[in-house]
Design a binder for this molecule. Structure first.
Ligand code: GLU
Length: 280
């Protein structure tokens, strides 16, 4: 059993991250397995070395341990690009020059069948879908043709062990096509857009058998299972846990410094106090 905690170093870890990391770590310990830390730092504009250093400090302080050195996604950009190129050779990827403004305009267009907003943002209306890869220009995004992708994939299902949707999930292909749409796989691979591809690639490379993460990523799972199927990679078990919320029921965000683990640490709380606070 191998599980992982995969934060992006874009701000201080908060109680929600502590819950996620401790849950994953504990499940690994209970099963005699391995807990990995992975640094998801592909978004060069938002990731900072000091946030990464603080992740190590906070998790150490909480009493967690993991094998080192850890995998940092920014060290592997070439591999993700190769993975995208393989999908492109199979006719599953196309270049797209639509800007955010183009997409927003499509969203607000009053005509029937205007695109919806799905777990990955605006469902792409397909403007560039017929463009061949040979037409790729600098700055173009690379999109997955999700209609072709679901047609090319064999089994699309996963096991969920989390408390909110336990059981075997069959993925609804039509819902992926109409509700998620043609996701961006890369754009010189420096943005969060490459998230799905990198997560799938790394979970497989690291032999992750159990993905433990927050409920906010439950809706990201079908498209990740689709990518696993396209690459012939195994699908891990998933455990999406409930989110830690503030007193007003809002999800914690990285800007909630007040609930940062380091803030509690400086205020003199102990790791046991944190465990109490998050109800573990
Ligand atoms: N890096 C993602 C985040 O910080 C988590 C990815 C995952 O657990 O699959 O939200």
């Amino acid at each position: 059993m191998i599980t992982r905690f995969a934060p992006s170093p874009t701000g201080p870890l908060h109680l929600g991250h502590a819950f996620s990391a401790l849950t994953a770590w504990q499940r690994a310990k209970d099963a005699g397995g391995t807990f990995l830390l992975r640094i998801e730092d592909l978004d060069a504009d938002r990731c900072r070395a000091e946030w990464e250093a603080l992740i190590f400090e906070d998790l150490d302080w909480l009493g967690l341990d993991w094998p080192r050195p850890v995998l940092r996604q920014s060290d592997h950009v070439g591999e993700y690009e190769t993975a995208i190129a393989h999908l492109a050779e199979r006719g599953l990827v196309y270049p797209c020059s639509c800007t955010r403004t183009d997409l927003r305009a499509a969203l607000s267009a009053p005509q029937e069948g205007a695109p919806a907003v799905g777990p990955d943002g605006i469902v792409y209306p397909g403007t560039c879908r017929a463009r061949p890869m040979s037409d790729r220009r600098d700055g173009d995004a690379l999109r997955l043709n999700i209609g072709r992708a679901v047609a090319a994939a064999a089994d699309l299902s996963f096991e969920e062990t989390g408390p909110l949707h336990p059981g075997h999930h069959r993925i609804d292909r039509m819902a992926l096509v109409t509700g998620t749409g043609d996701i961006v796989l890369g754009r010189r691979l420096t943005g969060i857009v490459a998230y799905h591809l990198a997560v799938v690639w790394d979970d497989a490379r690291q032999g992750v058998t159990d993905v433990v993460r927050g409920e906010d990523l439950f809706t990201a799972t079908p498209v990740q299972v689709l990518l696993q199927a396209l690459f012939g990679l195994p699908t891990p078990r998933y455990h999406h846990h409930e989110l830690i919320r503030d007193e007003r029921g809002r999800r914690l965000a990285k800007r909630d410094d007040a609930r940062g683990i380091s803030t509690y640490r400086e205020a003199g709380l102990s790791p046991a106090d944190i465990v109490m606070k998050i109800g573990l």
